[in-house]
Write a protein that binds this ligand. Sequence first.
Ligand SMILES: Nc1ncnc2c1ncn2[C@@H]1O[C@H](COP(=O)(O)OP(=O)(O)O)[C@@H](O)[C@H]1O
Ligand SMILES: [Mg+2]
Length: 139
Amino acid sequence: MNDEAPCLLDAVHIPIQDYADVAEAGRNALLFAEACGFSKVLAYYIATAVIELGNNIMAHADSDGSIVLTSQFEDTRIVIEIIAEDRGPGIFDVDLALTDGYTTNNGLGCGLPGVARLMDELHIETSDQGTRIRARKRR
Ligand SMILES: Nc1ncnc2c1ncn2[C@@H]1O[C@H](COP(=O)(O)OP(=O)(O)O)[C@@H](O)[C@H]1O
Ligand SMILES: [Mg+2]
């Protein structure tokens, strides 16, 4: 089998409307990353990032959003991209939201900074119409 085959996986789309969906998204992410040839450790990094982004849709974005997982080639490396999207009220201050311990909801405030550490890239677009977070990890 050639090395590139695993990357032909279809995108996975998971609507997030309750915490069971978040758990399902995490399980999907683990399987998706392993199918793309990521090590177990990296697959758990990606699954953990998905769970944190899903928990944030539940806790901060009116429990209404989605997570999409895609894989693509970047030169010779496989990249997994997570896109977490919602139509919640938006992130009030992105720099603060990326600071350890900052929470507006009695959380631990470690979710977004954790995602930043677990993934290679994190891009946040947010307004009062909602939030779109793109997080990428290379194999
Ligand atoms: N999807 C989102 N929509 C609106 N605000 C968000 C979203 N995700 C994160 N935030 C804001 O960023 C803060 C930090 O998020 P996080 O680090 O996951 O901590 P926690 O979820 O424990 O509060 C949240 O308290 C919230 O104010
Ligand atoms: Mg959180």
